[in-house]
Write a protein that binds this ligand. Structure first.
Ligand SMILES: C[S@@+](CC[C@H](N)C(=O)[O-])C[C@H]1O[C@@H](n2cnc3c(N)ncnc32)[C@H](O)[C@@H]1O
Length: 262
């Protein structure tokens, strides 16, 4: 069986950190050589540009996804810009704490927050069985818009959203109260749920999450219940249905669990 290389076995965030560190060492070595042999330091802007382009190049060579290459390119430039602006150190702390609550565990789950939108929800509604009393869950419910829309469109169903990141969960919880939505929001990890309780499971996660999601769905979902994923397919598992939504190349995929029909 093909084994992933050592660098690919690391989490992307760990690889990204290593790339920046390796590039920093190379850059410092270069700066030292220039000062030894040319007798002058190279300008800080050149140092920043070498760091940015070098890290971006390494990320490309090590097979990191395109958005990571962009992060490598812009991160050193952003650090330099912030230093130039003399931003007070408290701002970094606030930014760090906000990111931590918003992207809590993204490092481990590899599923960042980005919301789905109306065209997706309308397509999900079209896929949902019409019988009343369905229990549906949005696993990774973000700010709660998806579940609240479903709860409004299908008042006969029970809508639950589960979110692992505290800040989005808190926002969804407060918004649901404010709007008097019947959708319920739970703070937690969907891996700890039993999918048997649900007739419809909706996921908008990431390619990295899909194989484990399928294992869980196969083991726990009842025959005839429906797993829906926006944008991300399950490798090697043919969907029961596929509907293009909005932008080209993105689809909603549905899998009906084998057994009797809903
Ligand atoms: C792409 S967003 C989708 C948000 C929402 N479902 C929507 O359609 O707008 C994915 C969300 O899943 C959350 N998430 C990732 N892994 C999770 C887990 N194991 N349990 C619960 N939430 C998770 C992330 O924090 C993120 O907010």
């Amino acid at each position: 069986m093909h084994k992933p290389s050592a660098s690919r076995r690391l989490l992307p965030a760990t690889r990204a950190l290593l790339i920046q560190l390796i590039m920093l060492v190379i850059n410092l070595l270069l700066a030292w050589l220039v000062s030894q042999f040319a007798g002058h330091d190279y300008p800080i802007m050149l140092f920043v540009l070498i760091q940015a382009t070098g890290a971006c190049f390494l990320a490309w060579r090590l097979g990191m996804a395109p958005w990571w290459r962009l992060i490598h390119l812009f991160f050193p430039l952003a650090v330099w810009g912030m230093v130039q602006l003399h931003v007070p150190s408290g701002v970094y702390l606030i930014g760090f704490l906000l990111s931590l609550t918003l992207f809590w565990t993204t490092f481990r789950t590899q599923v960042p927050f980005y919301p789905s939108y109306l065209a997706v929800w309308q397509q999900v509604l079209a896929l949902m069985p019409s019988r009343p009393g369905l229990r549906m869950i949005d696993i990774g419910s973000g700010l709660g818009d998806m579940a609240m829309h479903m709860a409004q469109a299908r008042p006969d169903c029970q809508l639950v959203g589960i979110e692992v990141a505290p800040l989005p969960w808190l926002i969804s919880y407060v918004r649901a109260r404010w709007r008097k939505s019947s959708a319920r929001f739970v703070l937690g990890n969907y891996h700890k749920l039993d999918f048997q309780e649900f007739d419809v499971v909706f996921a908008y996660l990431s390619p990295a999450a899909m194989p484990a999601l399928w294992q869980k769905a196969e083991a726990e979902m009842r025959p005839g219940s429906l797993l829906i994923s926006y944008e991300f397919e399950i490798p090697g598992v043919v969907p029961t249905c596929q509907h293009p939504v909005g932008e080209a190349e993105k689809s909603l995929y549905g899998w009906i669990m084998p057994g009797s029909q809903t």
